[in-house]
Design a protein around this ligand. Structure first.
Ligand code: HEM
Length: 500
């Protein structure tokens, strides 16, 4: 009897404290979905039924009349922001209150990722971000452009050589785009030929398969770290296997020694990084930094860009009018420039820009972003007019996909309309509602390079092939719930008809 009473007492105490924990947002007048014991609001993600990005998009839609929504990650209160004004505060105006991403990684177990600006915090992030920013100036992109053009010409030859791409069996767009972007990072980051068109299992393709590829360990680790950052503090989870990390480090140090020995100067990221070693004044930039950042650019450089490129190919296939209009713009640019596509001309093509931005709106590779409140911030939601304090260490969710599909900001959000991002229309897009690259000081560092490689590869493809969707593509598209970056279930299969 006594034992039973003790058990009931223990359960009641636990229940009381759990109840108290889950009162956090109610006490502050913030509404949100009811949390479940232990998992809070992320149960669906843990059961792999939904990705965090899709979960936040659904919550965004459900609470359409609210500026903020209170959620719980296990017992930790976190805040989903719907109000674009508050998003502007978080990303830009009051950046000093929210300067970190909500991710923790074990530095000893992750040599490469631990140096990536995305995972760095506070002063360390500031220093590294300032060091790496010069790698992505417009001038540096111009240096790299010839490599991208050469790989784009090879991309066309590769598609032409594939019987399945042209005989109605279809070719998977992500596979195609990954081969292309890996060749680009091989050239632009390491100065090495990645040979992803020539060889089915080239060294780079193998590396990529084990690194940030859907289903690989690194993707799973990122998934766990995103949902439960605390796990990363307890277990030294690796984002890339030791073998992959060593291989990347070996490629960089071999190339550097070869260049030094032969006195070779090649205009690429590796050269820019090794120059930083000589010019960095305030903070020592070591060999390890050069190597880790080059390897980091490899990781950042191919996956997100190939996702975007594959979705652009898909959207053009299902929107033939947009495809024709884009082809017209590209053909004209080639004709007016001696059958070439110079860097300045490509950069200024408005419809191409619109097509890519509209694809990024409908299919942003990161469906949501996670920030951390680093200094308390006072906010007054307009619907309650009651100010509340966002406390230090509160995780903040920016529901990118929810905002991108909100009819309040993008009329008929399900329709593919590149014109939204062309000319004056672009200026009417409300700040804080279009976030494919994030926003403010912490926005994507490699945006210029990512967009450039997509633009040039796409221009060559659209000039040479008519695209249509192959019936192996499962429509309507569904994203794999076990991935952080969007991955369409079954792939995006495209037919390519050569334009003669
Ligand atoms: C179209 C392709 C790309 C997309 C859609 C994309 C998207 C993003 C997003 C959403 C973030 C997070 C921003 C935030 O936290 O607010 C990010 C960060 C970052 N990206 Fe990209 N990215 C792309 C290509 C690249 C490329 C090609 C590189 C480098 C070669 C790169 C390097 C980085 C780095 C270093 C960060 C961390 C920035 C920081 O925290 O200071 N990205 N990217």
């Amino acid at each position: 009897m006594l034992l039973l009473m003790l058990i009931i007492l223990a359960i009641s105490i636990v229940y009381y404290f759990v109840h108290l924990k889950y009162q956090y947002w109610t006490k502050r007048g913030v509404v949100g979905p009811r949390p479940k014991f232990f998992v809070g609001n992320l149960g669906g993600c843990l059961l792999l039924k939904t990705s965090p990005g899709d979960l936040y998009s659904n919550i965004y839609k459900e609470y359409h009349h609210k500026s903020i929504v209170g959620l719980y990650r296990s017992f930790t209160p976190m805040l989903l922001i719907r109000d674009p004004e508050l998003i502007k505060e978080v990303t830009t105006k009051s950046f000093s209150h929210f300067h970190d991403n909500d991710i923790d990684i074990d530095k000893d177990a992750n040599l490469i990722f631990a140096k990536n600006p995305f995972t760095l915090k506070g002063e360390e992030w500031k220093v590294v971000r300032a060091q790496l920013t010069p790698c992505f100036t417009s001038g540096k992109m111009k240096w790299l452009y010839p490599y991208l053009e050469e790989n784009s010409a090879q991309l066309v030859q590769f598609v032409q050589s594939l019987p399945e791409a042209t005989n109605g069996k279809g070719y998977e767009a992500k596979e195609l785009a990954t081969r292309f972007t890996l060749n680009n990072v091989g050239d632009c980051v390491f100065g090495v030929k990645a040979k992803c068109f020539e060889e089915e299992n080239s060294e780079f393709r193998q590396l990529a398969r084990e690194f940030l590829t859907p289903g690989s360990w690194s993707i799973l680790a990122i998934f766990v770290a995103t949902i439960f950052p605390v796990v990363m503090k307890i277990f030294p989870i690796r984002f890339a296997s030791k073998a992959v990390e060593n291989k990347l480090l070996e490629i960089v140090s071999d190339t550097l020694s070869y260049r030094e020995g032969k006195k070779i100067i090649r205009n690429d990221f590796l050269h820019i990084l090794s120059q930083l070693k000589k010019t960095s004044k305030d903070y020592e930039f070591t060999d390890v930094d050069v190597t880790a950042h080059a390897a980091g650019f490899f990781a950042d450089g191919y996956e997100t860009s190939s996702i975007v490129m594959s979705f652009v190919l898909f959207e053009l296939s299902v929107n033939p009018e947009a495809q024709s209009k884009l082809r017209e713009e590209i053909n004209k640019a080639f004709e007016e420039n001696d059958h070439k596509l110079p860097y300045e001309v490509l950069k200024a093509l408005p419809y191409l820009d619109g097509v890519i931005n509209e694809t990024l709106r409908i299919h942003p590779p990161a469906l949501s972003l996670q920030k951390l409140c680093t200094e308390a911030f006072t906010y007054t939601p307009k619907e309650t007019n009651r100010s509340m304090v966002i406390e230090k260490d509160t995780p903040i969710i920016l529901p990118v996909s929810g905002l991108h599909k909100d009819p309040q900001y993008f009329e008929s959000p399900e329709s593919f309309k590149p014109e939204r991002f062309v000319g004056e229309n672009k200026e009417t897009i409300k700040k804080g509602t279009f976030l494919p690259f994030g926003e403010g000081p912490r926005a994507c560092l490699g945006q210029r390079f990512g967009l450039l490689q997509i633009k040039v590869g796409l221009s060559y493809i659209v000039k040479n092939f008519e695209l249509s969707v192959n019936n192996k593509t499962k429509l309507p598209l569904k994203y794999d719930p076990t991935n952080i970056l969007i991955t369409p279930i079954g792939g995006l299969w495209i037919d390519f008809k050569k334009i003669t």
